[in-house]
Design a protein around this ligand. Structure first.
Ligand code: PLP
Length: 492
């Protein structure tokens, strides 16, 4: 290892950063006056980053944490390509278009073999959902204007279980969000209630294929049936968007007969995550429209200052190309069979985890067998310890397992959730079950030790363990303070 020459400058401070290459501390919040050698900069930063959690043990996230080295190599080779320079990087653009078409076919879009699908790659589902929402809003406004009706009060219907990006869409683009409340034991949008909320100002009903909270698929087929009937009765033509962020790359492979996509006539657009079960690292989502008619032309910008005419419909301009290339790699590397095998493995591992968790006798599993491969589970008895205690204690073993409360009106249910990704192997599943058992035993003995200490001291203090409701209240008021009364589940 080469030890570099150091530039020593006494003036800069903070002993937080330590390296054998540099004895001069760096300022924490101000740009240093002088350059640092590249190896010193590397060592300082990589040393500090060690304190981050291990992504592979982060069971909170759906987002891909492992890819093949060949794909890592391709991504590094493309790291300096700005995706938006389509004229300069026409092959990258072509790969994006191929991905859009592959996904559209996977979702049964009504396009002929020689036709081109309508869709775009995004930085994630949030951008994809903003674009889909904007298209619905603009279409609805155009129709209302043409009919000479007011168009200033658009609304959108979702379940209370939607991811926060839907709330962002509603607030940023001034659309009222009408949420179908949940209830104990039913943690997804009820299609009957959703259709009841639809009125002439509804720009669309958004269903989720793979609820973020429990992985459960919402019943898009029933929603399509009920909405078709309501549209016939009222003369409206309220459409459906499917947020298939997690389920879009699960259902076609594991449940091909489940009708949730463009096979249903009212489904006009679908978003899906490249960086979740699309199996690419963070930074890619997709939105596909049923047809050209569903994407109002005035939302598409045409720029030509980079060379040729470029149609764009995105919220941002520049972005990396690596994720698009990686998505294409996964599609051709795995093919339908490869994706199917991986999703099957994930489902098998989720089943094994579910069984292990049930065997402890302490939990009730709230996720369903059919859905995104994850296990969401609540405590049968929270009088001694809570799911939040379990989550905190699992950190000792390196596991990151989120605990959270359900949204309105099921806030009294608190759950732990483990997402099973491709790299969460069966041996890790077994290890996690063992560690959960250890945590449960430790929590019981800690409480017992505390009680006996208190009784020997003869102090009249009861071991007050909070009930779930009390913990929920505490957490809710904490978050409310932080986000000014806005809902957040803190999971993605
Ligand atoms: C159902 C659903 N929609 C949207 C999102 C937001 O996705 P992204 O993080 O890619 O913006 C998530 C994230 O977990 C999700 O689960």
């Amino acid at each position: 290892m080469v030890i570099s020459t150091m530039t020593i400058d006494a003036g800069v401070l903070d002993s937080t950063f330590v390296s054998r290459y540099a004895s001069t501390p760096l300022p924490r919040n101000k740009m240093p006056e002088k350059p640092t050698t590249c190896d010193a900069a590397y060592q300082i930063i990589s040393g500090e980053l060690m304190l981050d959690g291990n992504p592979r043990l982060n069971l909170a996230s759906f987002v891909t944490t492992w890819m093949e080295p060949e794909c890592d190599k391709l991504m590094m080779e493309a790291i300096n390509k700005n995706y938006v320079d389509m004229d300069e990087y026409p092959v990258t653009t072509e790969l994006q278009n191929r991905c859009v078409n592959m996904i559209a076919h996977l979702f049964n879009a009504p396009i002929g073999e020689d036709e081109t699908a309508v869709g775009v790659g995004t930085v994630g589902n949030t951008e994809a959902i903003m674009l889909a929402g904007l298209a619905f809003k603009r279409k609805w406004q155009n129709k209302r204007k043409a009919e000479g009706k007011p168009y200033d009060k658009p609304n959108i219907i979702t379940g209370a279980n939607v991811q926060v990006c839907w709330e962002k869409f509603a607030r940023y683009f001034e659309v009222e969000l009408k949420e179908v409340k949940l209830r104990e034991g039913y943690y997804v949008m009820d299609p009957v209630k959703a259709v009841e909320l639809v009125d002439e100002n509804t720009i669309c009903v958004a269903a989720i294929l793979g609820s973020t909270l429990t992985g459960e698929f919402e019943d898009v087929k029933l929603l399509n049936e009920l909405l078709t009937k309501k549209n016939e009765e009222t003369g409206w033509d309220t459409p459906i968007h499917v947020d298939a962020a997690s389920g879009g790359f699960i259902a076609p492979f594991l449940y091909p007969d489940l009708e949730w996509d463009f096979r249903l006539p009212l489904v006009k657009s679908i978003n899906v995550s490249g960086h979740k079960y699309g199996l690419v690292y963070a930074g890619v989502g997709w939105v596909i429209w049923r047809s050209n008619e569903d994407l109002p032309d005035e939302l598409i910008f045409h720029i030509n200052y980079l060379g040729t005419d470029q149609p764009t419909f995105t919220l941002n301009f520049s972005k990396g190309s690596s994720q698009i290339i990686a998505q294409y790699y996964q599609f051709i590397r795995l093919g339908f069979e490869g994706y199917k095998l991986i999703m099957k493995n994930c489902a098998e591992n989720a089943k094994s985890l579910r069984e292990g968790i049930e065997k402890t006798g302490k939990f009730e599993v709230v996720s369903k067998d059919i859905g995104v491969p994850l296990v969401a589970f609540s405590l049968k008895d929270s009088s001694i310890y809570s799911v939040f205690d379990i989550s905190e204690n699992l950190r000792r073993f390196g596991w990151i397992v989120p605990a959270y409360t359900m949204p309105a009106n099921a806030e009294n249910i608190a759950v732990l959730r483990v997402v099973v990704r491709e790299d969460f192997s069966r041996s890790l599943v077994d290890r996690l079950i063992t560690d959960i058992q250890k945590v449960l035993a430790d929590l019981v003995s800690t409480v017992a030790a505390t009680s006996s200490l208190e009784s020997t001291k003869n102090v009249k203090v009861a071991v007050v363990k909070k009930t779930v409701e009390e913990t929920v209240q505490e957490i809710t008021s904490y978050w409310k303070k932080l986000v000014n009364k806005e809902k957040t589940t803190g999971v993605c």
